[in-house]
Design a protein around this ligand. Structure first.
Ligand code: IPE
Ligand code: IPE
Ligand code: MG
Length: 255
């Protein structure tokens, strides 16, 4: 696989130089959209699209490892997706349950360290247990940090962070004036995770749908016209190449 060699560096300032030398976005976050349309276009039920979407998840993880991406975040289920018809929610949670049973050993072998963000309390207790097991089982891995957003909504995350901060201030643990951006980030579910350099969304939609609103303040956005089940190594590499062509300024004047 030589794709990584073609990709120029474009990481955020002060970022790990080893990653910069390899020329890859350090943190890529993906809004995996278009499963339903993929299925409908084939005259299949939506669940077939979600199943094909799981295959694309496997490919994305493999490719991230091959390309040397350090952090990969996948938006798998939003807090708003609970509003879908009960049968679709059941299909999606069923696929999640199956994924957690069947994929963790492979992810462990690939060197992926899993972390889930989002409101896991909304899932059935057996799923919640498996989420915890997956995190613990892979905690020693270092090759790829894989973050999966489940029942995740950025606004809810920011409100929860604000509540936690206010609670600590009320307890006298720190002064209100000491609440700066760095301290606030420590209350988010992504505490300790670098901000995404690149957000990829498939399916042609050009919106964030409540994904990482705080964290993607300076992320580059790449919208791909293909549907998520059609996403593979080539599309991933094309998005990274597009990222490499962007001029990131972070508000400063270009040199
Ligand atoms: C993405 O595909 C999967 C989830 C949001 C869970 P969609 O199910 O949103 O597919 P489209 O957008 O209807 O095609
Ligand atoms: C965003 O896709 C959420 C995920 C990919 C998990 P949606 O299909 O739910 O987003 P909207 O409704 O088109 O904005
Ligand atoms: Mg969608």
């Amino acid at each position: 696989m030589r794709i990584a060699d073609d990709v120029q560096t474009n990481a955020a300032p002060g970022r790990d130089t080893a990653t910069a030398a390899r020329g890859v976005a350090r943190h890529v976050a993906i809004i995996m959209d278009g499963n339903g349309r993929w299925a409908t276009a084939r005259g299949l039920p939506r669940v077939a699209g979600h199943r094909a979407g799981v295959q694309a998840v496997r490919r994305a993880i493999e490719t991230a490892v091959q390309l040397g991406v350090e952090w990969l975040t996948l938006y798998a289920f939003s807090s708003e997706n609970w509003r879908r018809p009960a049968s679709e929610v059941l299909d999606l949670t069923g696929l999640l349950r199956h994924f957690l049973k069947s994929e963790i050993a492979e992810l462990k072998a690939q060197g992926a360290r899993l972390r889930f963000i989002g409101d896991r309390a909304r899932f059935d207790p057996d799923i919640q247990l498996d989420l915890g097991h997956a995190e613990r089982d892979t905690a020693g891995n270092t090759k790829l940090n894989l973050v999966i957003a489940l029942s995740y909504g950025a606004r809810a995350e920011i409100v929860a962070a604000a509540q936690a901060a206010v609670r600590e201030i009320a307890e006298g643990r720190f002064a209100a004036d000491a609440l700066d951006e760095t301290r606030f980030e420590g209350f988010l579910s992504t505490a300790g995770i670098p901000d995404p350099d690149l957000i990829i969304r498939t399916s042609g939609e050009q919106r964030l749908s409540n994904f990482l609103l705080w964290q993607c303040a300076y992320a580059e956005l790449v919208f791909l016209d293909l549907l998520w089940p059609d996403f593979g190594a080539e599309a991933f590499a094309a998005a990274l190449a597009e990222f490499a062509r962007r001029e990131r300024r972070f508000g400063a004047r270009p040199g």
